[in-house]
Design a protein around this ligand. Structure first.
Ligand code: ADP
Length: 370
């Protein structure tokens, strides 16, 4: 150990402190006894050299004592050092006979390793899922591109149209997937998933969603927006909120059979804006409800019809949850198989009840699609 090593060593510091605290009472007693005897100062100084061997003996003794006291820590240190070169699944042995402090340290260390392993597993699963999701459209694009190259200019017009349509659909899917992944990666890296927030009227957000949904929803499904007459202000990133409700409404439409209904309602209660997306669709089984907000989790594909986007990415609800949480809100799900689902979003309403200086432009609300 070099010079700095010695001065930084807990054992050396402990030995020095213990030696000094051992010698101090002896010196004090010596001074008191000497001052009471009233002898000349030379008599006192004569005894000073005796302190040198005493210091040495105390120093060596305390060095060994410090070694005994610190042994559990040095053992812990060597165990953790060994662990660093071992498998991620290995854990520190916890001996019930060792001091409580180091035993607790070993337990906390093991807990930390458990959490690390868990998040590493999640990351690995995420990468595997993402790769799989990326590979599927890429394989399709590659297949059709090769076919076009093989057939050359003599290709059948129908086949050419089909190939181009698939390539276009799958590229769109890739773009959506990559932008969804990017949003989640940003949120994971601690970057804000929401941009500039401002006081917005929830009615405007839902109206904008309604305008989009009305255009793409099939005729056979009744889509209704029930919106109050008075504004409900929230402090939010309007674009991100629109993304959430577009996703929830599109999912509801995809899950609803012809003749079914999708209703979006907005109301304020207990300082919260409560938005419900209700459908009379296929519903979600209790086991799926537990995992529906997980990344890439999709309910058995055959059960939902991919009408609007030619298949989702399985990331929509994970992103929706992240966005709503970033706004200080929450999403709840109630569902019954073959009866329908209700996604309830709760967002804190802003204290500022006065509308923003520039009043938002209003166009007719999609109160009722009929
Ligand atoms: P995607 O982008 O694939 O739609 P989501 O994360 O939005 O992914 O949805 C995850 C899964 O939840 C999908 O399999 C979808 O079918 C199912 N789901 C979402 N909303 C509903 C709903 N209202 N009714 C039934 N199933 C739903």
């Amino acid at each position: 150990m070099d010079k700095t090593g010695w001065s930084k060593s807990v054992k050396a510091r402990m030995a020095v402190v213990m030696t000094l605290s051992g010698i101090l009472p002896i010196v004090i007693c010596h001074v008191i006894v000497f001052s009471n005897s009233g002898g000349p100062i030379q008599d006192f100084l004569r005894y000073i050299p005796l302190y040198i061997p005493l210091l040495l003996i105390l120093g060596v003794f305390n060095w060994f004592l410090a070694d005994i006291i610190l042994r559990p820590i040095t053992q812990l240190l060597s165990s953790t050092t060994r662990l660093a070169n071992m498998d991620m699944r290995t854990r520190l042995d916890v001996d019930n006979h060792e001091p409580i402090e180091t035993m607790e340290l070993r337990r906390s260390f093991n807990k930390l390793l458990n959490r690390l392993e868990e998040s590493l597993n999640i990351q690995c699963q995420f990468v595997a899922d993402a790769s799989h999701e990326l590979r599927t459209p890429l394989t399709s694009i590659q297949g059709y591109t090769k076919l076009l190259m093989r057939r050359g200019p003599n290709i059948d017009a129908n086949l050419l149209a089909e190939a181009l349509q698939t390539i276009s659909d799958e590229s769109g899917r890739l773009i959506r997937l990559v932008s969804d992944l990017l949003q989640l990666a940003r949120a994971d890296a601690g970057q804000a998933i929401i941009n500039q927030q401002e006081v917005v009227d929830m009615r405007d957000v839902l109206q904008s969603v309604g305008d989009t949904v009305t255009v793409i929803a099939p005729e056979q499904i009744e889509v209704k927006f029930i919106i109050p007459a008075t504004p409900i202000w929230v402090f939010a990133d309007a674009d991100r909120l629109k993304q959430v409700f577009l996703n929830l409404t599109n999912n509801a439409i995809k899950a609803t059979q012809a003749g079914g209904k999708v209703t979006v309602t907005l109301r304020a209660s207990n300082n919260e804006a409560i938005i419900r997306v209700i459908d009379t669709g296929i519903g979600i089984a209790p086991a799926d409800q537990q995992r529906i907000f997980d990344r890439f989790y999709r309910v058995e594909r055959s059960r939902t019809r991919s009408r609007l986007y030619g298949g989702g990415t399985g990331l929509g609800l994970a992103i929706a949850l992240t966005i709503i949480k970033a706004h200080g809100g929450q999403i709840e799900l109630e569902s019954e198989l073959n009866k329908g689902s209700t996604f309830t979003v709760k967002l804190p309403v802003t204290e500022k009840s006065t509308p923003p200086t520039v009043a938002p432009a209003r166009s007719p609300r999609p109160q009722d699609k009929e």
